[in-house]
Each structure stands twice: as structure tokens, then as C-alpha cells.
Ligand binder design. Structure first.
Ligand code: AP5
Length: 222
């Protein structure tokens, strides 16, 4: 089962991918987290991608695809994956389809989270993430039990470098110009479902579950 969480920055892809992967017992592949982990490790990949993330621009396709190739080869991906943040260009989507086809598979569903720009700004400006496990919080909508401390691992909560007032408009522009065409690509394959993302995380999750094709839900509960 291959499910893609799609939507603009701050739409709630990470929040919903976490809940959905737990529910379906599938691993999540989060390209943004993989890049941020490389930056934290300080390795060669981290040094290459850091300037792109800080400016809010997309990382070049070759680096992104190489990272996803390595992650998909791990044994936990055999039954399927929930993807968050990938594919983000038509070239990435075409490459991904080609890879899946080699294994007689295809993207089962693209969940497009629909959220307006004002809500996006509000969510990104108030987001905090755990510096250790990357779990996401929001200063008003999803507060941790103890201010500044991750409920899950006790790590320190920080603001992401690209949640700055300079980077957010760049990220939104990259989304409109480079990522939205991916939706048109998948609409051509008739696997896109639109989900209204402006409600509590629990309500949005239920909307996603209700909108997944029946065959997927049957497979996940068997
Ligand atoms: P990435 O980490 O993927 O960032 P993004 O797409 O901009 O998405 P976000 O993580 O900002 O938002 P989200 O939709 O996951 O929302 P979240 O659940 O956190 O990518 C970062 C960078 O990496 C890119 O800019 C690029 O440079 C690079 N990159 C990554 N993938 C790439 C690729 N494939 N190709 C090239 N470059 C790539 O929620 C946001 C906030 O809202 C949180 O605070 C949350 O608590 C809150 N919230 C969530 N849901 C709700 C709700 N229902 N109600 C109220 N608040 C909510």
C-alpha cells in the first residue's frame, strides 16, 4: 500500500502521516526529516542540503531521489509506506512510478490536504518541533504537556529554521510553481482524494480514513 500525503507547507502532512502510519502499521518516509537528520549529523549530504532548506527552496531532484532510494530499500517498506513530502516535483513522481512499476506496484492514493494560506501562516509561525525525535507541536493547537519539552522523548522543543517570515513565502512559492503540478500528474492517474484540512487533527484524520478507497481500508484491517 503506497499512500502520499500532499499539500502546501503547514497543511498538516506530518501530523496526519504520523497518525495514518500508526493506524495502518506502515513506516513513514518524510524527506524533510531525512534532510534535517543529515544536517544534524553534519555529514556531506547535510552540508549539501542545508542552504536549500534554510532558504525554503526545494533540494535538487538527484539528491532527493538518492535519499529515497536508500530508504525504500529497507525491509520495513515491503508492505507499503506513507510518504510525507515526496514526490514534490513531476520528475520525482515519474521516477517513483518507474521504481514502483519494477515491483509491480503503483501509488494507491494521494491524499491532498486543502488548507488556506492564512491558516498555513498561522500553523507555521506557531510550530515547535522536538530537536531529538522531530515530533511536531503547535503553541496553541497542539501544545505539549510541559512547555518546551517533548511529551514523547523529553527532548527540547525548537522552532524550525525554515519557519521564518523570510522562508515561508519562498516555500509557498516553491509549492505553487514546482509541487502543485504533481497533483495534476496524479489526477491523470485518478488516485487523488481531496480532504478539507481545516479542522482539529483528529477530525482531519477521520476525514482521511473516510476518503481512502474501500479496498485500502479492507486491506489494512485484514
Ligand atoms: P518538509 O519538512 O516536508 O516541510 P513542508 O512540506 O514545508 O511541510 P511542513 O513540514 O512545513 O508542514 P506539514 O504539512 O508537515 O505540517 P505539520 O504537520 O508539521 O520539507 C522541508 C524542506 O525540505 C523543503 O522546504 C525542501 O527544502 C526540502 N524537501 C523536503 N522534501 C523534498 C523533496 N521531495 N524534494 C525537494 N526538497 C524537499 O503541521 C504544521 C503545524 O500546524 C504544526 O505546528 C502542527 O502542530 C499544526 N497542525 C497540524 N495539523 C493541525 C490542525 N488540524 N489544526 C491546527 N493545527 C495543526
Amino acid at each position: 500500500m503506497v499512500i502520499i500525503l500532499f499539500g502546501p507547507p503547514g497543511a498538516g502532512k506530518g501530523t496526519q502521516a504520523h497518525l495514518l502510519a500508526q493506524r495502518l502499521g506502515l513506516p513513514r518516509i518524510v524527506t524533510g526529516d531525512l534532510f534535517r537528520e543529515a544536517i544534524t549529523r553534519g555529514d556531506a549530504l547535510g552540508a549539501q542540503v542545508k542552504p536549500y532548506l534554510e532558504r525554503g527552496e526545494l533540494v535538487p531532484d538527484d539528491l532527493t531521489i538518492a535519499l529515497v532510494v536508500a530508504r525504500l530499500q529497507r525491509a520495513d517498506c515491503v508492505a507499503g509506506v506513507v510518504l510525507d513530502g515526496f514526490p514534490r516535483t513531476v520528475a520525482q513522481a515519474q521516477w517513483f512510478d518507474h521504481e514502483l512499476k519494477k515491483h509491480r506496484r503503483a501509488v494507491d492514493c494521494v491524499v491532498n490536504l486543502v488548507v488556506g494560506d492564512d491558516e498555513v501562516f498561522h500553523r507555521l509561525a506557531g510550530r515547535m518541533i522536538c530537536s531529538a525525535c522531530q515530533r511536531t507541536y503547535h503553541v496553541t493547537a497542539m501544545r505539549p504537556e510541559k512547555i518546551g519539552v517533548c511529551d514523547q522523548c523529553g527532548g527540547k522543543l525548537i522552532q524550525r529554521a525554515d519557519d521564518s517570515s523570510a522562508a515561508i513565502p519562498v516555500r509557498l512559492r516553491a509549492y505553487r510553481e514546482q509541487t502543485e503540478p504533481v497533483l495534476t500528474y496524479y489526477r491523470g492517474k485518478q488516485c487523488v482524494v481531496n480532504v478539507d484540512g481545516e479542522a482539529s487533527p483528529e477530525v482531519v484524520q477521520q476525514r482521511i480514513l473516510d476518503s481512502l478507497p474501500f479496498a485500502l481500508m479492507a486491506a489494512s484491517s485484514s
